[in-house]
Design a protein around this ligand. Structure first.
Ligand code: PEP
Length: 250
């Protein structure tokens, strides 16, 4: 059985104090079981959050990382640095990183490998642009992105990856994919994983939907057996809204 995941992506929001306030408010809602909760914050908030969440069942994640352990890479953060502060998750290949920070399928592959090598759980984002959708190239795009992200990984490694299908046109726009469309693409992604690796990995790998998910529409996605949760931006910033998403998945 695949445990559902609700992962928040805070992007470039929240100071350390604001991050800690969020965690206190979330803690007051009480513990929730049966769902993996993850909050991906800015690098500066990670050490404080990792301490504040210790023993709460909430996992902390970074929003990117470099693939090397150390080196002359000004401004970058390495997987060993994340391990060092007990941050077990990392988002890789978010569309904003691909669009604004030159993330490519090749760097996504290196980062995914590096995250797995360092016992981190990579949340690997894939998804088509509006132009690709309108040109009827959604399947081709996601097949290519999945193939490149997982290229070279063993079945055991790939089953530790969390994939997030995030149509680029749905991120931060308030215009989510329909549950039917998200379900169709996610089932296609699962088939792609089966073709590339094997059926066991396709059965075990968690695949999330992301793109304008909120408490009012989360149920429509979660009721699809192939959708294992959500990667959420805007609606993850408020502890009550995040808590409602978690409750829906529990
Ligand atoms: C995201 O940042 O990954 C995302 C899906 O954002 P939003 O939920 O705001 O669309």
């Amino acid at each position: 059985m695949r445990t559902p995941v609700i992962a928040g992506n805070w992007k470039m929001y929240k100071t350390v104090d604001q991050a800690l306030d969020f965690m206190n408010a979330l803690r007051e809602r009480g513990e929730v079981s049966g769902v993996e909760q993850v909050v991906c914050a800015s690098f500066v908030a990670l050490p404080a959050l990792a301490q504040a969440t210790s023993g709460t069942g909430v996992g902390i994640g970074a929003q990117t990382m470099h693939w090397e352990e150390e080196g002359a890479y000004t401004g970058e953060v390495s997987p060993t640095m994340l391990q060092d502060i007990d941050v077990p998750y990392v988002i890789i290949g978010h569309s904003e990183r691909r669009t604004y920070f030159a993330e490519t399928d090749e760097t996504v592959n290196k980062k995914t490998k590096s995250a797995l090598d360092h016992d981190l759980t990579p949340i690997v984002c894939i998804g088509e642009t509006l132009e690709e959708k309108e040109a009827d190239r959604t399947q081709e795009t996601v097949r290519d992105q999945v193939a490149k992200a997982l290229d070279g990984r063993s079945s055991a490694e790939a089953s530790r990856v969390i994939l997030a299908y995030e149509p680029v046109w749905a991120i931060g726009t308030g215009k989510s994919a329909t549950a039917d469309d998200a379900d169709e693409v996610i089932r296609f992604i699962r088939k792609t994983v089966a073709d590339q690796l094997d059926h066991d990995v396709a059965r075990d790998i968690r695949i999330l939907y992301g793109g304008s998910v909120k408490p009012s529409n989360i149920d429509s996605f979660l009721e699809r057996p192939d959708i294992d949760g959500a990667l959420v931006g805007g609606a993850s910033l408020d502890p009550n809204s995040f808590g409602q998403l978690v409750d829906a998945a529990a």
